[in-house]
Ligand binder design. Sequence first.
Ligand code: DGL
Length: 276
Amino acid sequence: MGNKDTNRTVYNDQKSIGVFDSGIGGLTVANAINKVLPKEHLIYFGDTAHLPYGDKSVDAIRYYALRISKFLLEQDCKMIVIACNSASAVASDMLLEFFKGKVLFANVIDPLVQYTIEKGYQNVGVIATKATIGSNVYREKLKTKDQKLKVNQLATPLLAPMIEEGFFNNNISQEVIKKYLSDDSMQGLDSLLLACTHYPLIRSEIELYYKEKVQILDSCDVLAYQVKEMLSKENLLSAKLSKSHKYYVSDFTQSFEDTAKLFNGSEIELEVKNIW
Ligand code: DGL
């Protein structure tokens, strides 16, 4: 891997960072990484053929995550970012064990949990897919760090498919959001964790619902800084961006192409890849 013979930061690793999610959600993470680390080359994989992950079994999500990680490793990635809470919740430990010593992994859950604790929030709400809420991972990780903290979780399974279809910032999305957030469990919070990488795309609608009385948190920026720290520690930062980012999907969808273009600010190289 990188040059470890010096204490200075060495920018010498031109390999890519792989980022994956079920669909467009992980683009919110890729976008944050691109802002913090503009010289890093990103390879994105959106598993559009299998979305939503949130409704799938643990075994199915693990299988998808394993296969995509193998593919990203074959593309010579130095790091793989699991830009999906559902996959981070149920497959992160398995991936770490399976690819031990071969590639660095980052997940979206740990940096957000750490940030919530550091900020001292006490009444924390968590909205996410059924897979993430069912795993109980946020409650367990938050409570392990601070027993007194109150954690209210709510599965909001309609949100990711709605966003994936391009339904946000309109009357329909506002009604769906209102229906979920008016649940008793989502009252009296000081913070709300957007524990699905699709949800930053409806962040402003959620802020509007709570009239800015609840702090809305997501993992994008905190994770991007963690990625920088991890690469820097291993002397794996890249010196320059030599080619444009690569976007793979397992099935073509117009909404993916539109959102990826929106984030990229220009044309994107989108390739349909059957890796199954
Ligand atoms: N964006 C993903 C997450 O963070 C997956 C959403 C889904 O496919 O259900 O959980």
